[in-house]
Ligand binder design. Structure first.
Ligand SMILES: Cc1cc2nc3c(=O)[nH]c(=O)nc-3n(C[C@H](O)[C@H](O)[C@H](O)COP(=O)(O)OP(=O)(O)OC[C@H]3O[C@@H](n4cnc5c(N)ncnc54)[C@H](O)[C@@H]3O)c2cc1C
Length: 365
């Protein structure tokens, strides 16, 4: 029997496993697909909340912790697995910002670097982007290549003697005995564990509803386009008017995204593809000569005010949640997972866990 059984092998589940193993725990990690193929594959990989001044303090505080953890985590993963998540931090631009005063006030309050550039400097740094209002620059931030992060974490999990990886296995039900989680039922087995953690992304609410626990986590569809461009045409992440462009080292440029409440349907649509294409060329007219080589959609785990749930499920002992990170799940993953494991093991928490507690639950079963 494992010490901990984690349901869901996206970045939340994989990084929770990572932190648990550092404490000496043994982990069973279950995913109904191969690990990191859902939102954690589809996501753009910006390692900052989008328009960070629009989020509440709990998101800022947790992302600060996570960003501080990212560099050492990525370096260790690359050394251990040989897979490079391509984490680069040349800075992020926000342009055409309607409320730069709000952004500057937030930056002053949180001690963030936020520089207002003039047009000449901006054009020199980001020639692919057309002239834009109020270019704001946040140095030290950047992005990583999400599929590679997932691949590196999966490789780590496969090679760790403390992780039992069960892929293509669907959890049908969390087992509860005397108000205590004791394991899970899959299609053809019962798996016991001392503790159970729900890291099932947009599907977390469904699993918990089945045992009478209400968790407000729901799918928010996002579509993405991938352009093939020559390396170096775009060096920085650029956000404008709700959309963003993310460069990859090999020249690919991701452009996204949408925020659609369409249930669990993640079929990309032709109309969204045309809309994203128009928006991409509006921001970067030079992309007209670059082919679109991929178009996909993923399901973000949405939550009220985009504040994730990280902590114990009240009234069900030994049951924990790390989910609901919405559009910030990649950036938050190291901090959120660390915070969960600190609570599970009774360590001092890196940030105050109170804002992330699971509250609105009905009596279990
Ligand atoms: C288009 C798009 C762009 C994004 N861009 C960014 C960004 O730039 N930066 C950022 O920080 N975040 C971004 N995000 C958000 C980020 O991708 C998610 O918040 C994050 O990946 C959530 O990770 P997760 O591990 O919680 O969920 P997931 O990655 O969805 O993983 C959940 C896992 O649980 C498994 N599962 C579910 N139910 C079961 C079951 N019953 N049994 C077994 N396994 C189960 C699934 O198969 C899945 O692998 C983006 C998301 C999208 C869709």
């Amino acid at each position: 029997m494992s010490d901990v059984l984690i349901i869901g092998g996206g970045v939340s589940g994989l990084m929770t496993a990572w932190h648990l193993v550092q404490t000496g725990a043994s982990v069973s990690l279950i995913d109904r697909r191969q690990c990191a193929q859902e939102s954690s594959w589809a996501g753009g990989g910006i390692i900052s909340p989008l328009y960070p001044w629009t989020y509440s303090d709990p998101v800022t505080v947790l992302s600060d912790q996570a960003i501080a953890d990212y560099r050492p985590l990525v370096d260790t993963l690359r050394a251990d697995t040989g897979i490079d998540p391509e984490y680069h931090t040349p800075g992020i631009f926000h342009v055409n910002v309607d409320d730069p005063g709000h952004a500057h006030a937030w930056a002053r309050r949180h001690g963030k670097e936020l520089e207002q550039l003039d047009q000449t400097d901006f054009r020199a740094l980001v020639p692919l982007v057309r002239e834009a209002r109020t270019p704001l620059y946040m140095p030290g931030l950047g992005s990583l290549r999400t599929p590679r992060l997932g691949k590196a974490l999966r490789q780590w999990a496969m090679s760790s003697p403390y992780v039992r990886l069960l892929e293509e296995v669907t959890v049908r039900r969390i087992r509860i005995d005397n108000d205590r989680a004791t394991g899970v039922e899959t299609d053809n087995a019962v798996l016991d564990a001392r503790q159970v953690v729900v890291c099932s992304g947009a599907w977390s609410g469904e699993l918990l509803a089945d045992i009478g626990v209400q968790l407000s986590v729901y799918p928010v569809k996002g579509e993405m386009l991938l352009f093939k461009a020559a390396p170096g045409r775009l060096q920085h992440v650029v956000l404008s008017e709700g959309f963003y462009a993310i460069p990859r080292q090999d020249g690919h440029i991701l452009f996204g995204s949408t925020f659609e409440h369409a249930g669990y349907d993640k079929t990309p649509t032709a109309s969204t593809r045309s809309m994203l294409y128009r928006q991409a060329l509006h921001l970067m007219p030079g992309l007209a000569d670059c082919p679109v080589v991929h178009h996909w959609a993923g399901l973000r785990p949405g939550s009220p005010n985009s504040i994730p749930f990280i902590g114990a499920v009240p009234e069900v002992r030994h049951l924990w949640v790390n989910s609901g990170h919405f559009g910030n799940g990649v950036v938050l993953a190291p901090g959120a997972s660390r915070l969960l494991v600190e609570q599970m093991t009774g360590q001092t928490c890196c940030v105050d866990p109170a804002p992330y507690q699971v509250r609105s639950v009905a009596a279990a079963h």
